[in-house]
Ligand binder design. Structure first.
Ligand code: ZN
Length: 238
């Protein structure tokens, strides 16, 4: 297989942000999925005998059917409170992309400036989930728009994040999710140089190579049927 030319067509990759209940004043309601809906998604996967992948398995065996890579961006504390118990209940795993420099803090990057910034996972919670088998990977150091950074700034963002996560988790960090899903050729090049084997965007459809693996975002107002269409056939609507 030619390096970097892998097509990811069959195994769906989905991403969530927050599992919980958005308060009335929340601006980005779509970043939430309620625990009830998340539970319905997992129940469906369970009934249909889906298995969940970790990133490395996905990369090496990404054309399997009846498998799904469940990912979460940012590492919100509600992932521990609401998603983790449900993942355990159904015996599934998932990958959480952490903002390495902001663990244990409140979100400071949301451009929408939510009135009540969401809290992020603590190292204690991360380690507990890690012990269970939840996978943690990199979402950069400070959640910046990577496509706006110089090569030097990119190295700082991506390499430092990798180092922090490797120190805390005692494992190799090899996967990256681009903050905001945005990237350019320089971002891809530096990510590779920093030792990332692949990277995920938030766009849909087939990616050109393993540094632009596409994902489907699961949102607050998505119906169960939309979820099912995507995990079964890779389609979102119609
Ligand atoms: Zn993010």
């Amino acid at each position: 297989m030619e390096r970097g030319k892998v097509k990811f067509v069959r195994t769906p990759v989905i991403f969530y942000h927050k599992i919980g209940y958005p308060a009335q004043e929340v601006k980005l309601q779509n970043l939430f999925v309620t625990p009830e809906n998340f539970s319905r998604h997992l129940r469906y996967l369970c009934l249909r005998n889906f298995r969940t992948f970790a990133c490395r398995e996905y990369l090496e065996n990404g054309n399997r059917s009846r498998a799904v890579l469940i990912t979460f961006d940012d590492g919100f504390r509600n992932n521990y409170e609401f998603a983790f118990p449900l993942l355990k209940k159904f015996g599934f795993t998932a990958t959480i992309f952490l903002v390495a420099g902001d663990v244990g803090k409140k979100v400071a990057w949301e451009e929408s400036e939510e009135q009540h910034p969401e809290e992020l996972l603590t190292w204690e919670q991360i380690l507990e989930m890690h012990d269970y088998g939840i996978e943690f990977q990199s979402h950069g150091l400070t959640h910046r728009h990577l496509e706006k950074l110089s090569a030097g700034e990119l190295r700082e963002e991506l390499k430092t994040a990798k180092g922090i996560l490797e120190d805390k988790l005692h494992k190799k960090i090899e996967f990256l999710a681009y903050p905001y899903g945005t990237y350019n050729d320089l971002v891809k090049k530096i990510a590779r140089e920093c030792g990332y084997r692949a990277a995920f965007t938030t766009w849909r459809g087939p990616g050109r190579d393993r540094y632009e693996i596409r994902r489907m975002g699961i949102k607050y107002n998505h119906s169960l049927i939309k979820f099912i269409r995507y995990v079964e056939w890779g389609k979102r609507k119609k």
